[in-house]
Design a protein around this ligand. Structure first.
Ligand code: E4P
Length: 219
């Protein structure tokens, strides 16, 4: 499974990129607004840090305006993937942009029926939101499983990006379900490293080594 960071924060992206395990980035209008820099400039900066798919979302809500905005975003950098909401206008824009060879990420997907529409429209990526479904008492992971089954049945090339991941369990369950990509906040990526036995084991290794090789006086 590819790992994407769900942030527009440059410091978090630099740290994740330095680990060599970040395959791409997702942003949304909320995340861009948090950084206080215009989307074109912030996406340009993100593209300079992470070499992978970078999702940039339109804010237009009408299809023709989405298409125009999407074309502009795609021009920022060859790695930009145009993010469109799963509305009637968004799907129309997705069909047009996909036919033009512009890669799209259809976002705010909350049902298998919506995911089917995204695949039919030629989306490069579909983003089902796991955490937000869990928030309303609907198991989000079940949606990933359904979409994986449907896409496999028909060989749709659209990649399934598990979004709105809030915990390491969400990441593991998405990988088990067969999501192609998992996007997560920096905090969740950092949590994937943690295991008390790793810390305890390392401490013991270093203590044993120091005891054996340090001069008697400094023990
Ligand atoms: C992904 O593309 C979305 O922007 C993101 O995962 C939403 O996450 P949230 O539900 O934690 O805001």
């Amino acid at each position: 499974m590819k790992i994407f960071l769900d942030t527009a924060n440059l410091e978090e992206l630099k740290q994740g990129a330095a680990w060599g395990i970040v395959d791409g980035v997702t942003t949304n209008p909320t995340l861009i607004a948090k950084e206080g820099v215009a989307i074109e400039e912030q996406i340009r900066r993100i593209c300079a840090i992470v070499d992978g798919d970078i999702s940039a979302e339109v804010v237009a809500t009408e299809a023709d305006a989405m298409i125009q905005e999407g074309r502009g975003l795609a021009k920022i950098h060859q790695n930009v993937v145009v993010k469109l909401p799963l509305t009637r206008d968004g799907i129309r824009a997705c069909s047009t942009l996909s036919k033009d060879g512009i890669r799209t990420n259809v976002t705010l997907c909350f049902s298998a029926a919506q995911a089917l529409l995204a695949a039919k429209a030629g989306a490069y990526i579909v983003s089902p939101f796991i955490g937000r479904l869990d928030d309303i008492g609907t198991p989000g992971i079940a949606l990933i499983q359904e979409i994986v089954t449907i896409y496999r049945n028909y060989g749709y090339p659209t990649q399934i990006l598990a979004a709105s991941l809030r915990s390491p369990m969400h990441v593991i369950d998405s990988a088990k379900a067969g999501a192609h990509i998992g996007t997560m906040p920096f905090k969740v990526l950092d949590m994937l490293f943690q295991h008390p036995l790793t810390d305890r084991g390392l401490e013991q290794f270093l203590k044993d080594y120091a005891k054996a090789f340090q001069p008697a006086g400094v023990r």
